[in-house]
Design a protein around this ligand. Structure first.
Ligand code: SAM
Length: 508
């Protein structure tokens, strides 16, 4: 068996059914990328520790919390575990799939059973496309441009690999699927965006070999008969491993420690990095192995405890109905917010796209294609380098104004907004400072730095960046409401009643 059978013992995970701690001290060392939170990549995942603290301090049980820029959806489980109800909105279909997965997890046992069935259906067929001339299964092919230069075979017991010259069969196996047309996923839509290395002429066959596409098709087909929560989990296991199945896996040559060992031509397998970089020297990895490794990672992370059954709706007009625990809505948040009743939400905790770093829909194209979704690029609120998208900074600010107006309408009086934010340019900070003028009921209360992000490898450290992300707190107040600053905020390390000054936190 290639899957690790789940043990009977209770496993530790980020989300045991008892709620995780909300200790301020944990803000500094968040577990954001551990357990379930680390299973699938998404850009801009925010630390759960500060989010859960804010949920507890800003709401009571039964209240509605909303995240209109949901992303990975990690916040949704935090809310439900604390008996809050939750509205999550995102224009990215991937985001809603991932949040739905988090709210309806399979047990490790049922996921394991499904994996064993999938294995019996397709593993052999997939592996046969990687058959070498001596009857073994290749784990990796090293490519130089359009040519396979080395074939790797993993040895069963030892952790070593055999490296072979490519044989005629290796070339034949690859060529057999060269012109394969995918059956169960669509072509990719790209714009001209050098930041993520794409152009409109690129298509799915630039990213995946025909063989990988055919094997992905086999996997998708084998998921079709499962109930929706299992099918979704299997599909997300696939999207989570798709980067490693692609032509985007770097070959790392001559890493300094291998040089020290006198082994100058040692080549290591890198991993897919964000964007669509197609390195000339790259690996093609056995697609079954990629899927299996990811599945084993999830098997470890799935909580063993019995899961609550959450009732989830996708209709924002029904927000407040006691029939549901959560609403997960795949729409532009401005459109969704317009459907929602006024004064229905107690707390908005959100992390909108900011600055010009991450074009979420463009980056999620491969995942959305495999999940079978087309996307609404036009309504995305983002600053994109793709000129033809007309997603400029000033557009962004006016779209965010629509968001703030609708959000303050659906917020209950005295309700708070926690906005996770960062930007390199003064204009963005000035814009946030002036929100009070756009929406006469929102008042800036204060902010605090996400100190952990100062040391994070993914923190923006381009020229002019701030050292860390900030959380900015607003409150909905009527003109004559008295205002009292809560000690729940003032006790947060780094709390300030002044807006962050760009010069204070500048990265080196
Ligand atoms: C910074 S990410 C959120 C990440 C999230 N905090 C997490 O922990 O994963 C911003 C999200 O806003 C979404 N978004 C962009 N435009 C949107 C729109 N018009 N309506 C709703 N969501 C939008 C993007 O798809 C992206 O998932």
């Amino acid at each position: 068996m290639t899957f690790n059978k789940p043990s009977e013992a209770i496993q530790m995970s980020l989300f045991p059914e008892s709620k995780p701690s909300t200790n301020i001290a944990d803000f500094v060392t968040p577990k954001t990328y551990a357990g379930l939170a680390g299973f699938h990549k998404y850009w801009g995942k925010k630390p759960i520790e500060s989010i859960s603290y804010l949920i507890e301090k800003c709401t009571n049980e039964g209240d509605i919390v909303m995240d209109p820029f949901l992303g990975s959806g990690l916040i949704s489980r935090e809310c439900l575990l604390r008996n809050r109800r939750f509205v999550g909105i995102d224009i990215n279909p991937f985001s809603i799939e991932h949040a739905s997965f988090l709210l309806n997890l399979p047990s490790p046992k049922e996921y394991y059973r499904a994996l064993i069935e999938v294995e019996s259906l397709v593993a052999e067929k997939i592996n046969s496309t990687y058959l070498t001339s001596d009857g073994q299964i290749a784990s990796h092919y090293l490519w130089e441009g359009n040519e396979i230069v080395s074939v790797w075979i993993k040895q069963k017991k030892a952790r070593t690999r055999i490296k072979l010259e490519p044989s005629e069969l290796d070339i034949k196996s690859y060529s057999y699927y060269k012109d394969y047309t995918p059956q169960h996923f669509r072509n990719l839509t790209f714009f001209t965006n050098s930041r993520i290395n794409v152009k409109p002429t690129m298509n799915v066959s630039d990213i995946l070999t025909g063989r990988a596409m055919r094997n992905i098709d086999l996997l998708i087909e084998s998921f079709s008969e499962y109930p929706s929560h299992l099918r979704r989990t299997l599909l997300l296991t696939l999207t989570s491993s798709a980067g490693q199945m692609s032509n985007m896996v770097f070959a790392i040559k001559n890493r300094s420690n291998s040089k020290r060992n006198g082994n100058d031509d040692k080549i290591e397998v890198g991993s897919w990095v964000i964007g669509f970089w197609l390195p000339n020297t790259h690996f093609e990895i056995n697609a079954w192995n990629c899927f299996k490794n990811r599945a084993n990672k999830l098997l470890k992370a799935l909580p063993d405890q019995k899961q609550a059954v959450y009732k989830v709706s996708n209709d924002c007009a029904s927000v407040e109905s006691s029939d549901f625990n959560a609403w997960l809505i795949n729409l532009d948040c401005r459109t969704a917010l317009r459907e929602m009743p006024s004064q229905s939400v107690s707390f908005v905790c959100t992390d909108p796209p900011h600055s010009d770093r991450i074009p979420y829909l463009e980056l999620s194209e491969l995942w959305n294609s495999l999940l079978g979704y087309t996307v609404d690029f036009e309504r995305e609120i983002v600053v994109s380098n793709a000129k033809e998208r007309l997603k400029s900074k000033s557009n962004y600010n006016s779209e965010m104004t629509e968001f703030f107006m609708e959000t303050s309408r659906v917020l209950k009086p005295n309700g708070h907004i926690a906005l996770y934010f960062n930007a390199r340019d003064e204009e963005s900070w000035q814009y946030l400072k002036c929100i009070e003028k756009t929406s006469d009921s929102l008042k800036f209360v204060g902010c605090f730095p996400m100190s952990y992000s100062a040391t994070s490898v993914v923190q923006d450290n381009r020229k002019g960046s701030m050292k860390s992300d900030y959380v900015i707190i607003y409150q909905k107040l009527q003109a004559n409401d008295g205002y009292q600053l809560s000690s729940a905020f003032t006790s947060i390390p780094g709390w300030s009643s002044q807006f962050p000054k760009k010069t204070e936190g500048k990265a080196k």
